[in-house]
Design a protein around this ligand. Structure first.
Ligand code: C2O
Ligand code: CU
Ligand code: CU
Length: 461
């Protein structure tokens, strides 16, 4: 059991200035929770922020009551309604779904964690307001472990580093700069929606710090990468600062845990909400080498992510076994009882509405039923995108069957909960619905797209 108070704090993120943050428990990222597979955890959240919140455990197989439905609010003290707030990109009707609104200042979320060990993350999920809430700091890590994974001998302890990568923009006084729309302009003819692509920052933070340098032993390290950015895509690579060469590394896991076998890469594209588990061998470098983690899609300050300084020679008894896991589901096409099609595209929200992001032509509506699936069924979903959309499904893990009608990429293996659709691309995913009955969601994990309607209800019966 954990207790987390959501509260405002100020912290020094950039040298010499203070930044006001919304936090889980006073820090950004929030406290990292470490759990054992199948051992239920209850996290009690108390809301001392000035706005309602919702907590979602991303990647968790969680009963619907604890999954953080966007209108299932933890209210702050004295909260009297959703008006007069700024900073959201949504349509502002979130407060009017009477079915799921709680009135508590505290809320217990219970997670059975009966699932493959992996890196999960928890973050805000309030309707129309998820993006600004995460931007202000409402995100944290949750690691699930089990004996089988620990018996593999992968790098562990101080040689296992979870890295939450997220970009932010700062005003001169240190405050977080979240560009908000003037709500009176929304939907006016001729007024361009300026944040259609989502909100990007110009400073990359790793675990809340700008461009950190981490001292490492000349040994293998397990880096558990999460892109917790609202909208930024990265292509991550390790570069030896000495000779400028790009360094090979091993991918050992995806969103939902270990791969069957390691896969070699020189670079990895990482979309918002995706996780990649990788092993880098720093023993290949002479002591003193600076190895940079760079974002090949960035330039200037968004190109640098962090650096590792190889500080000392050290013994290393870690291993990366040729077989990492044998429990990956192998659903075949012939098992699927249904194929569904979903488009992820920009469009108009309603008659005189502004631009929004739509699934199957519709913006999110908590009162509408979109998709009903049956527990135990295997389904194939065909997803098609206009621009970049990282599509995330709650409750389930899936496998990527194809991209653009062809075989998926080398980094698409394993069990996923988020698939990065590239502009104009279609992809097929396959899953078996397992876990719990109830109301869940699927959505684009570009947080601004999500707030601007690109989300739909998923009813599991
Ligand atoms: Cu990362 Cu619906 O969530
Ligand atoms: Cu999720
Ligand atoms: Cu999107």
């Amino acid at each position: 059991r954990y207790e987390i108070t959501q509260r405002e704090v100020t912290a020094e993120i950039l040298p010499g200035v203070r930044t006001r943050l919304w936090t889980y428990g006073g820090t950004f990222p929030g406290p990292t929770i470490e759990s054992r597979r199948g051992r239920p955890v209850t996290v009690s959240h108390r809301n001392e922020l000035p706005v309602p919140t919702v907590v979602h455990l991303h990647g968790g197989r969680t009963p619907a009551a604890s999954d953080g439905y966007p209108t299932d609010l933890v209210l702050p003290e004295g909260w009297s309604g959703g008006h007069g707030e700024h900073g959201g990109h949504g349509q502002g009707h979130a407060m009017h779904d009477p079915r799921a609104v709680t009135t508590d200042l505290t809320r217990d979320y219970t997670f059975p964690l009966d699932q493959r060990p992996t890196l999960l993350w928890y973050h805000d999920h309030r309707m129309d307001f998820t993006a600004p809430a995460i931007w202000r700091g409402l995100a944290g890590l949750h690691i699930v472990r089990d004996d089988a994974e620990e018996a593999l001998g992968l790098p562990a302890g101080p040689r296992e580093l979870p890295l939450m990568i997220a970009d932010r923009a700062f005003a001169a006084d240190g405050s977080l700069d979240y560009p908000s729309l003037d709500p009176t302009l929304r939907g006016r003819p001729g007024v361009r929606e300026p944040y259609l692509a989502g909100v990007l920052g110009d400073v990359v933070l790793v675990n809340g710090a700008p461009w950190p340098v981490h001292e490492v032993d000349a040994a293998r390290y397990r880096l558990r990468l999460l892109n917790a950015s609202n909208a930024r895509h990265y292509e991550l690579a390790f570069v030896d600062e000495g000779d400028g060469r790009t360094v090979e590394f091993l991918q050992i896991g995806a969103d939902q845990g270990l791969l069957a076998a390691p896969v070699k890469h020189f670079a990895l594209p990482v979309a918002p909400a995706e996780r990649y588990d990788v092993v880098v061998d720093f023993s290949r470098f002479p002591v003193g080498t600076l190895v940079k983690l760079v974002n090949r899609l960035g330039s200037g300050r968004t190109r640098e992510v962090m650096a590792f300084r190889v500080a000392r020679k050290a013994a290393d008894d870690s291993r990366v076994p040729a077989v990492l896991s044998t429990d990956l589901p192998t659903w075949r096409r012939s098992e699927a009882v249904r194929t569904r099609d979903f488009s992820f595209r920009a469009g108009r929200m309603g008659e005189d509405g502004g631009h929004g992001w739509l699934i199957g032509g519709l913006p999110f509506d908590p009162a509408r039923s979109d998709v009903t699936v049956r527990l135990g069924d295997v389904e194939i979903w065909r997803l098609v995108a206009d621009v970049h959309h990282p599509v995330h499904l709650h409750l389930t893990g899936f496998r990527i069957l194809s991209r653009g009608g062809e075989a998926p990429f080398a980094h698409d293996g394993g069990l996923k909960d988020t698939v990065s659709l590239r502009p104009g691309e279609s992809a097929e995913i396959i899953t078996r619905w397992e876990g719990y009955r109830g109301r869940y969601l699927f959505h684009c994990h570009n947080a601004e797209h999500e707030d601007m309607g690109m989300m739909a209800n998923l009813q599991v019966t």
